[in-house]
Every structure is written in C-alpha cells, then in structure tokens.
Ligand binder design. Sequence first.
Ligand code: NAD
Ligand code: MG
Length: 398
Amino acid sequence: MRHIALLGATGSIGRSTLDLISRHPDRYRASILASGSRVDALVALCVTHRPDHAVIADEAAFGALKAALASAGLPTRAHAGDDALCGLVAGDGCDTVVGAIVGAAGLRSTLAAAGAGKRLLLANKESVVMAGDLLRQAVQASGSELLPVDSEHNALFQCLPHPAAAPASSVRRLILTASGGPFRGRPREALARVTPAEACQHPNWSMGRKISVDSATLMNKGLEVIEAGWLFDVEVDRIEVVVHPQSIVHSLVDYVDGSMLAQLGNPDMRTAIAYGLAWPDRIDAGVAALDLVAASSLQFEAPDNEAFPALGLAFDAARQGVAATTVLNAANEVAVSAFLQGQIGFLRIADVIEGTLQHDVGAAGGDLAERLELDARARRMAADLVRKWPTEREGAVR
Ligand code: NAD
Ligand code: MG
C-alpha cells in the first residue's frame, strides 16, 4: 500500500490523482491532502478520502479548516502553511508525494519530498525551471524516485532507456510536442485583444487557469524545454519543439541510429499519473484505448515564433542558465496573473517577461534561500512593468 501526499489536491492534477486512488483502494491511500486557500473544497475531499492530515497554505484559514474538519466528524488533523506542509511531506505519513501545486509556491515542498527520499510524482514544472540544480542534488543525495507527470516528460521517460544508461551518446534529440493552444494559426495582430476566457479554452486538455494561459502563449512549452533539460540531463540545443494539434503523440526520443520512439495516448493526465504511481508496473487508469483509425491523421508543424515569442524567450533563458530561468518563471507568473485579472493584454505577457529578463536582478546563488530571493526580486521587477502598461491603450484589455 502506498501512502500518498497529494499537494494541490483541489486542482486539475489533484482531481485526476484522486480518481486513480479511488480506482485502486487496495494499492493507494491519500494520507495527506494539501491545497491553497479554499477550505470548503479541501474539506469536501477529506470527507471522501479521509486522509490523516489536511494542509491549507493560507495560515489565516487554519481555524476555519480545523472547525470544518471537526464539524464533519473527521479524524483528519488540520495544518496550515508551507513549513507544516514540508514537515509532513518529509515525515513518516507518506512514502509517495504528488507535487501538483501551481507555480513557485510548490518549490519548497517539492525539494522537501526529494530531500526526504520519497517517490516524487512531479507535475509542478515551475519548481524544476527555478531549481533543477537543487532538485537534482536532492534526488541524488536521498535516492528519491523522481517520476515526471508532465505528459511530455512522462512520454520521454517511457521512451528513454532505463536506468537512463547512456542517453548522452545514444540520443540525438528530445522532441517535445505542443498542441499549439487555442490560438494556433492566428497571426500576432489577432492576439492583442484575446480575453482570459478565450485563452483558457484549451482545445484538448482541461487544466488550471495558469497552465492554460501558458499553453496559449507557448510559454508552457518553453518551461517544459527547461524542465526536460534538467530531468534528462540533455543540453537545450538538443531539445526541439514541434506543434502537434491532436495531442496524441506526447513526445519523442530521436536516437542516433535513426530510430524514433514516441509515446501515444488519448490526452488524459491520468495515464501519466498512473504510470508514476505504479512504476515499474502499470495499472488501469480509466483512460479509453486510443483508436488510431478514429484519430485518422496526425499533423506536425513548426511553432510560430513571431506570434508566440515566449517560446524563444525560454530557449534563450535556458542557454543562459538557472538565474535566467528563475527570472523567466517569476516574470511569467506575475504577467499571467495580471492578464487573468484584466490588467494587461495577451501580447504584454511576453513583453513583461522580456523586459524583466533585460534587467540585472542578480545571481541565482547555490541554495534555496538565495533562489527564493532572486524569485522575489524578479517578481517586483515584473510587477513594476505590469504597472507601466495598463495606461497604454494598445493591447490592454481595459
Ligand atoms: P490548478 O490551478 O488546477 O490547481 C493548483 C492546485 O495548487 C490547487 O489545488 C491549489 O489549491 C493549489 N495551490 C495553489 N497555490 C498554492 C499554495 N501557495 N500552496 C499550496 N497549494 C497551492 O493547476 P493544475 O492544472 O492542476 O496544475 C498544477 C501543476 O501541474 C502546475 O505546475 C502545472 O503546470 C502542472 N501540470 C498540469 C497539467 C494539467 O493537465 N493540469 C499538466 C502538466 C503539468
Ligand atoms: Mg505538458
């Protein structure tokens, strides 16, 4: 029986994970459930899954969580804040951690799980983008099993040799597929006035709002290029992105002998999560078999770097190193949040990131505290740029 700490339990990945746990009660139990701020949603999950611990990130919500768990008659203990979460993740109450918090908010708990030698199913790509170096050190020191949940990285993991014997010499390229998002095929001029609701209408995947906007700008793929570099120890110039609108081929490994291996499946995150839960075994994920005849045709095209400059910014940052990728991630989080709140237009997201990257916000440093300070400085810089832009008419939503 695996005892699972599910971080980001109320989100899209969280829901898919709980569905899998419910399908396999003989193999998995949710022992710790954690979420950001909505007590009612977290308590509803506790009623169904009866974990030992429930953690709410917002410390002001501790009393409300405690009271709601008690009035639901649950034995689940209430906790609040990131320190409490990190302590539980590293403790005896779980052997497996699903890292599905959105954004930099997931960094400390991701590192806590890796440092404590847990099996870590990692969806929180932002933590790899900010601190792939620290994550790798923690995994190597503790012997943690890191299993990528991001569907592309899960596909690559499945297509690479195990244990990753000699990928450096046998692999020519890693090819990440991108759906192209809801605005694929539109020219840059047509994107100035798109709304948050349109950006969140993903054609193939149902996801949280932040990653949906990232998919629309193609920054999601940029973050994933950086993520793949760290997870598979491959230089960024051997990573390529190809747009594949059907989202059936989840990514490919191109070997030096001319073989190309791909992982295919219906676009449903339960496949990747189930793989991480059961690895090296496989379990039923409740996902329908892929019908190749019904899928009929698979298209591939080059990304449009002019309409979607975020992808190029991410490649540039990856070449510069972890300080630049930390700044890229921080600026993206600030800009996406401003876009979702109607403060800036869609095209300004990439402008804010580019502007932030042009400022010298300092070095990455070699430890978590320094990395978080760099993240905070970059956020302040990006927020200044956001404040500059709403006054401009062109491209702003209001
Ligand atoms: P979501 O917005 O649906 O859910 C986010 C979860 O994080 C919620 O449970 C929320 O309560 C929690 N949260 C937010 N702030 C928090 C904080 N400060 N502390 C603790 N918890 C906090 O997002 P999602 O789509 O499930 O994505 C989660 C992560 O997985 C992201 O990093 C995303 O990039 C990655 N991912 C998602 C998908 C997908 O299909 N949804 C695919 C690949 C990767
Ligand atoms: Mg992905």
